[in-house]
Design a protein around this ligand. Sequence first.
Ligand SMILES: NCC(=O)CCC(=O)O
Ligand SMILES: [Mg+2]
Length: 336
Amino acid sequence: MIGGMSNAAYPLSRPRRNRHDAFTRRLVQEHRLHVDNLIWPIFVCEGENQRQKVDSMPGAERVSVDNVVEHVRQAVDLGVPAIAIFPVTPMSVRDAVGTEALNPDNLMCRASRTIKDAFPDLGIIGDVALDPYTDHGHDGVIENGRILNDASVEILRQQALNQARAGNDIIAPSDMMDGRVKAIRETLDGNGYDTTRIMAYTAKYASAFYGPFRDALGSGSLLHGDKKTYQMDPANSDEAMREVEQDLREGADMIMVKPGMPYLDIIRRVRERFEVPTFAYQVSGEYAMLMGAIQNGWLDRDRTIMESLIAFKRAGCNGILTYFALDAARLLRDEH
Ligand SMILES: NCC(=O)CCC(=O)O
Ligand SMILES: [Mg+2]
């Protein structure tokens, strides 16, 4: 029957009522993305007045240090709380043990100091791992084809100190060596950097989704083999809980899951079990995948960006490292 008397066969509870109009949808909305949830990864390169496009990451750029203040100002003006710096280290200074990582005047340190001077209140996150500095593209040192854990950690703790001295507020070890959080914490504390935070890449998976990032950094063609002896197997979930437990015990202040969208289940488990600040990295391959479809006109740009990011909030993230940070911040600003 249409109109007239109600049909008792229909339910009293109708979930659609709360979707009836915009104001009701706003009232019942469970999760919101805020500009405070965004971290913008940037690429810095050598040279003067450089702004290089990254083919596999449309819209992303590598900028030289003389352009970095102008580049980062976009994030500051939009209210993005933090950036993450990734250096494109020239082949000429890469070697087997990543010596350049310890140079106080390396690209990361110069960029960090320059940005800190210009924007003292902006959070600077500095990745710690050897892959931007090694000529083999691995995150640690190699002996007889094996990535050595403890020898790598000894270098990583010095790298972390080098970057803290250059103004990194948050040290983000992305190497996946065992025990590196403890070693870095001790080294920072022992040198007066007890307030420098550690955001641990705790559950970092051996993923195909990092491909475009390796293009951006120029480490893709260098890499021999894969990273499966230190990064996690995408088939595993319980193991991520053990990794989180260990990093928290070793002094991590914040936990990261990486990649993001294919690993929302891991984020949810971490959040429910540990209730600690939890972050995700929406990595280069996720960005490339979405941008590819957006550029083809197959997906709506703004809605796709925002839906991909709210998924992280729903899963339990405090924040997201995303190459869409500026786009999302603009969309949030223009929302009302
Ligand atoms: N340690 C940082 C990364 O590996 C980033 C990966 C990506 O964006 O693909
Ligand atoms: Mg670990």
